[in-house]
Design a protein around this ligand. Structure first.
Ligand SMILES: [Zn+2]
Length: 426
């Protein structure tokens, strides 16, 4: 080990050892600073009001008769009727939140959705500042987990107050599942920023997430106008916190995407994600060592597909996949992936088949006619793609576990022939 990296490791350990607990007053002050209403910061009523608001956000909707009664008499929030001065003391840390209140809140705490949304849909600048502040305190937090981590911290504080303590440490909030998910997402993108290619892990030592951030692919807090533009490309997932909606970026790109998400970057991230999904599907298939065998079987089977010899002559269409599938970025990503991995192999196999009982041109014409049939049914490109893959399986009487192989064949015809024409091309 040279002295440089020794020094780095030492400073890393020193940093780890110097982790100090975060006081509730610091945590509250951070949320108040970035999420509170600046108009209310002048008098001493603003903090208590914001404090009660945060508590409102974490209380579940009434589920028992007792809770119903409390709700009716306005006592659901135990701090609602308390003197502002007292609450101010909780906020600045000169008085701990009473054990009894903490216990009571924990017994009626919600799943955190409202609280998490409040954070995730706040202004980009506020989220960036909260993330940075928490990272300074050694919390493992990413932009996409920000709301969740804050909610967990809130819960952790209540648990501490219940036991007459007032501070939490990063371990109290960390979950193994989060770390595993982060690692998985990192390896999915081969440890490189999908937008600029920069390496996401610096110097190999840090377990901290200093070099990257994980963002939601469908951006949070778009205005209505932006939202409809983004939705046109691909609609928002039902659960924005699902892994499918998360992707790691370098800090720089993450900050840019947070503050100014462009349609172009959105498209690229969707493509990348789709690419990853296909790669995994194929890896799964390869684990069974069967995909290539299946592919060969599907190709051999095409030999027996009775050609549809209409007078149509097949045109080999040299447009790129991007030109032919110009609106559906997920499908574009999938087809590009299949083509990049299998085009040449398939081409070789077809040319080996060429002979008195097989003509590639005839097959291409048959596939093209099937394509036109589905197109006439007004299906969109993804539906046509899926129908063609199923069509091949039906013609060959193969079961569904050949569908990945069949989709790869369809991608070959998209690349090679007139399956999907370029719109407006003359
Ligand atoms: Zn980047």
């Amino acid at each position: 080990m040279n002295s440089d990296s020794l020094g780095q490791n030492l400073s890393f350990f020193v940093r780890k050892l110097s982790v100090i607990d975060m006081e509730f007053s610091d945590f509250f002050d951070m949320l108040w600073t970035y999420l509170g209403n600046p108009d209310e910061s002048k008098d001493n009523k603003g903090r208590p009001k914001f404090f009660c608001h945060l508590i409102d956000l974490i209380i579940r909707t009434p589920q028992t008769d007792v809770e119903d009664e409390k709700a009716q008499s306005g006592d659901l929030n135990p701090f609602a009727g308390r003197v502002a001065d007292t609450i101010n003391k909780y906020c600045i840390g000169s008085r701990p939140i009473p054990k009894k209140d903490a216990k009571e809140l924990l017994s009626r705490i919600s799943n955190g959705k409202k609280f998490i949304d409040e954070i995730n849909f706040s202004a980009p600048g506020a989220r960036e500042s909260i993330r940075n502040k928490l990272r300074d305190e050694q919390f493992e937090v990413t932009m996409s987990s920000l709301g969740e981590v804050c909610f967990k911290a809130m819960k952790a504080f209540l648990n501490k107050f219940k036991n007459a303590e007032t501070s939490v440490r990063p371990q109290d909030v960390k979950t193994n599942q989060n770390s595993i998910d982060n690692l998985r997402l990192l390896y999915d993108v081969d440890l490189e920023c999908p937008l600029c290619g920069e390496s996401l892990i610096k110097n190999g030592i840090s377990n901290a997430i200093a070099g990257y951030d994980i963002v939601h692919i469908f951006p949070d807090n778009l205005n209505e106008n932006e939202k409809s533009k983004f939705t046109k490309i691909k609609k928002a997932p039902e659960n924005s916190d699902a892994l499918e909606n998360k992707i790691p970026l370098c800090l720089n790109c993450a900050n840019v995407y947070l503050n100014n998400p462009t349609l172009n970057d959105y498209q690229r991230l969707i493509q990348k994600k789709q690419y990853i999904i296909n790669k995994k599907q194929i890896a799964q298939d390869l684990n069974q060592l069967t995909l290539e065998a299946k592919l060969t079987k599907v190709i051999q089977g095409l030999k027996k597909v009775k050609p549809n010899l209409a007078n149509s002559i097949v045109d080999y269409d040299a447009h790129t996949v991007e030109e032919k599938i110009s609106h559906d970025y997920a499908l574009q990503g999938a087809v590009s992936y299949y083509v990049s991995g299998y085009y040449n192999k398939i081409k070789d196999q077809f040319s080996n088949l060429e002979g008195p009982d097989f003509s590639f041109d005839e097959l291409a014409t048959t596939i093209k006619l099937a394509y036109f049939k589905f197109k006439r049914e007004q299906l969109d490109q993804e539906e046509i793609f899926n129908h063609l893959a199923d069509w091949i399986l039906t013609k060959e009487q193969l079961p569904q576990d050949y569908s990945e192989a069949s989709r790869i064949i369809v991608a070959f015809f998209v690349q090679n022939c007139e399956v999907f024409e370029v719109e407006n091309a003359q």
